[in-house]
Design a protein around this ligand. Structure first.
Ligand code: SAM
Ligand code: SF4
Length: 310
């Protein structure tokens, strides 16, 4: 039994968000530029490297793996990766294997993902309006995403719907979105619009603060606060008082959640970030490749990074 890995504030590493590709079949205006340049394949984590790094993190205490991107389901060998990770679920060393997706490929992948042990999926959808969706995602189609959500539900995978709220863009649609997804039993998670670099035209006046989002929903369907579903949950949850489900709000702009953060993220090119929002990453892949690190060396390297976390 190895010593538990804790940072200087006694926070363990419970959760790893893994970006398996930087590519995407959408170009959401707040995330990527239209002529986005992607990394060459040689700079990305191979399937073997992804497996090795994730296995090392699980050995150090990670219990939840969230697979994301870019768009994870456009990576060619992605199902192999999910199947590889399912061995950790079977062994009990990993508690949850989850996915965040734009939903474009979900219809064809849903059954296989369920078979690989995926028990929760977050699908991103900011609007039900076809034209607005095309304006936001540039290349996305609403019916395709809705079919993906239906396919995941039919495969027995609970779906949450992520909705980035922008004032003046989709804030007036919040009641429609709630009505649609309440009906179908999928919790909505509203995300405050974040500044993710200089390509997304972020301005503070576009941010609809969490309390305004809650107020808007509450005016249609009264809400009551629900506690966190697990320690360190980033979404603040509210139940509909009529018992028809719940919503969550991710208020990373107005109320950052650092104090109880047990999360790290690994980028598609193998950089480890000990905060979901920092741009300063540790080149784990570079170190592992250049020194032909042993598994013990890799574990020690990750330990030192986490122990130096602030
Ligand atoms: N392609 C997948 C998707 O869209 O779900 C996974 C990757 S995407 C970067 C993960 C989440 O980040 C999505 O829910 C997306 O809406 C959200 N996101 C991207 N840019 C954002 C921004 N500027 N502010 C808030 N959320 C953002
Ligand atoms: Fe970014 Fe996800 Fe939109 Fe792709 S679908 S551009 S990764 S937010």
């Amino acid at each position: 039994m190895t010593a538990p890995l804790i940072d200087p504030f006694a926070r363990t590493i419970d959760y790893l968000r893994v970006s398996v590709t930087d590519r995407c079949d959408f170009r959401c205006v707040y995330c990527m530029s239209e002529n986005m340049q992607f990394l060459p394949k040689k700079d990305l984590l191979s399937l073997e490297e992804l497996d090795r790094l994730c296995t090392a993190f699980i050995g150090l205490g990670v219990q939840k793996l969230r697979i994301t991107g870019g768009e994870p389901l456009v990576r060619r060998d992605i199902l192999k990766f999910f199947h590889a990770m399912s061995r950790h679920l079977e062994a009990g060393s990993l508690k949850e294997l989850t996915l965040t997706t734009n939903g474009s490929q979900l219809e064809r992948f849903a059954a296989d993902l369920a078979a690989a042990g995926v028990r929760r999926i977050n699908v991103s959808l900011d609007t039900l309006d076809e034209q607005k969706f095309a304006d936001i995602t540039r290349w996305g189609r609403v019916p395709q995403v809705l079919r993906g959500i239906d396919a995941a539900a039919a495969a027995g995978i609970p779906v949450k719907v992520n909705c980035v709220v922008q004032r003046g863009v989709n804030d007036h649609e919040i009641p429609d979105l709630c009505a649609y997804f309440r009906e179908r039993g999928h919790p909505l998670r509203f995300i405050e619009f974040m500044d993710v670099g200089n390509t997304n035209h972020w301005t503070g006046d576009r941010v609809l603060p969490a309390r305004e989002i809650v107020g808007l929903v509450h005016a249609h369907w009264p809400l009551e606060a629900a506690g966190p579903a697990y320690r360190g949950e980033v979404a603040t949850r509210y139940r509909y008082r009529d018992g028809r489900g719940e919503i969550g709000i991710i208020s990373s702009v107005t109320e950052p959640f650092c104090r109880d953060c047990h999360r790290a993220r690994l980028s598609a090119d193998g950089k480890l970030y000990t905060c979901l929002f920092t741009s300063l990453g540790w080149d784990v892949l570079g170190a592992a490749r250049s020194t032909r690190m042993t598994d013990a060396g890799l574990e020690g390297f990750i330990r030192r990074i986490w122990r130096g976390r602030v």
